[in-house]
Design a protein around this ligand. Structure first.
Ligand code: SAH
Length: 371
């Protein structure tokens, strides 16, 4: 074991955990706040940069602790400005993070797991099987890496990342504690200070975890519905067999009630040719959308090798959208960004050493990153 792996990594610690750590090593709690600011607002990786901390404490911290970011093994920039990073994880696999610029807005799409255990039929990450959860440091590290890519590290005056969505690889609610710690840092005043409206967790619908979530955070919630009835959703999003649509909608309403503000659920609907894109589906979907304060985000299916699915023609997508909009629900169609660098939704693959053996069923689908 190398020396660095024995040190405590402070990068992913929530403010409360960092305070507890400082008490544990016999230091005052307020030191934790100072260190938190250095790590997240100044991008410090070395305790020696922390000039308002005594030399003695810096030396002590150097001996027992570290600020270790995951390693970037590849960075790609697409013509439309989308950036993608391939990041090596402690488990030896890799995951991807994507930054999507759109006018003033820059949205970072963050991964939460190496692979995914949920096996949604149209998602390339799902087809790679599952390897491991990312640590909180690996999750928040994706944000630090994105900020630093714009030159001088600055989280306050010139906000280079304005929004974060947990929509990369993995199911965030299946890595609950680490995701919550990382999201807490994103919204923390002494760290990234992002508004709760600009930090969104997207889930395939792990109902008990949605209920748990409202006890510990107030991030915005997106739900991957993709089908307007249980028969179809059982096939596209198999976790539906455990938590069917009715239960999911009820959990969403409980979540919104706990927020006690005007936010709505973003319902995501990956539209697949001939599968869930008929006018009848739109009418059925409308009934579900009316059961909770919601808006709809249609994601035209992004193809990947051997998926067996196709993206519908533009007119079909627009006709579907029209039905929903006429029904009074705000609807957007997600533009495909970064597709020439394989950075679009559902195209993030990283490299997953699959522990579930699911990927063996789909061997041709597992892509290697080009060097
Ligand atoms: N597991 C979480 C977050 C990750 S996926 C979730 O399910 O919400 C982010 C979004 O991209 C999800 O809505 C997912 O269903 C969608 N997606 C996955 N594969 C896709 C593909 N090939 N084309 C378009 N959207 C896809």
């Amino acid at each position: 074991m190398t020396e660095s792996t024995q040190k405590t990594n402070l990068l992913g610690m929530s403010p409360t955990k960092l305070e507890a750590y400082f008490e544990e090593i016999g230091e005052k709690k307020f030191r934790a706040t100072q260190v938190l600011k250095w790590i997240h607002q100044h991008g410090a990786s070395d305790f020696d940069e922390m000039t308002n901390i005594s030399k003695a404490l810096r030396t002590k911290l150097q001996q027992v602790a570290e600020i270790r970011e995951p390693e970037v093994i590849l960075e790609k920039v697409s013509k439309d400005g989308t950036k993608k990073w391939v990041i090596r994880t402690e488990s030896g696999s890799s995951v991807e993070a994507v930054l999507i610029p759109d006018g003033d807005r820059k949205t970072l799409c963050v991964s939460s797991q190496v692979g995914c255990s949920l096996d949604c039929s149209f998602c390339s990450t799902g087809k790679q099987g599952f390897n491991s959860n990312l640590t909180a440091a690996e999750i928040i590290g994706q944000l630090r890496i994105a900020i630093r890519s714009y030159g001088e590290y600055n989280t306050t005056s010139q906000r280079v990342v304005s929004n974060v969505v947990m929509m990369g690889m993995g199911e965030p609610l299946m890595n609950f504690d680490n995701v919550v710690d990382a999201m807490t840092l994103m919204m923390e005043d002494n760290a990234y200070c992002l508004s709760k409206r600009r930090v969104t967790l997207s889930t395939a619908g792990v109902v008990p975890a949605i209920d748990k979530l409202k006890e510990v955070t107030d991030v915005s919630l997106a739900v991957s519905l993709h089908a307007p009835n249980d028969d179809l959703r059982d096939i596209l999003v198999p976790i539906n067999k455990r938590y069917p649509i009715k239960e999911l909608v009820a959990a969403c309403n409980r979540y919104l009630e706990s927020l006690n503000d005007k936010r709505v659920i973003t319902v995501e609907y990956t539209m697949i040719d001939g599968v869930n894109d008929k006018p009848g589906h739109a009418k059925e979907l409308l009934k579900i959308l009316r059961q909770m304060p919601s808006k709809l985000n249609i994601i035209p299916f992004n193809p990947f090798p051997n998926s067996g699915y196709k993206r519908p023609a533009e007119e079909r997508i627009l006709a579907f959208k029209e039905i929903i909009v006429h029904g009074g629900i705000v609807t957007t169609v997600r533009r495909t960004r970064g597709d020439e660098i394989d950075a679009a939704c559902g195209q993030l693959v990283g490299q997953v050493a699959d522990k579930t053996r699911r990927s063996q069923k789909y061997i041709p689908v597992v892509q290697q990153e080009p060097n």
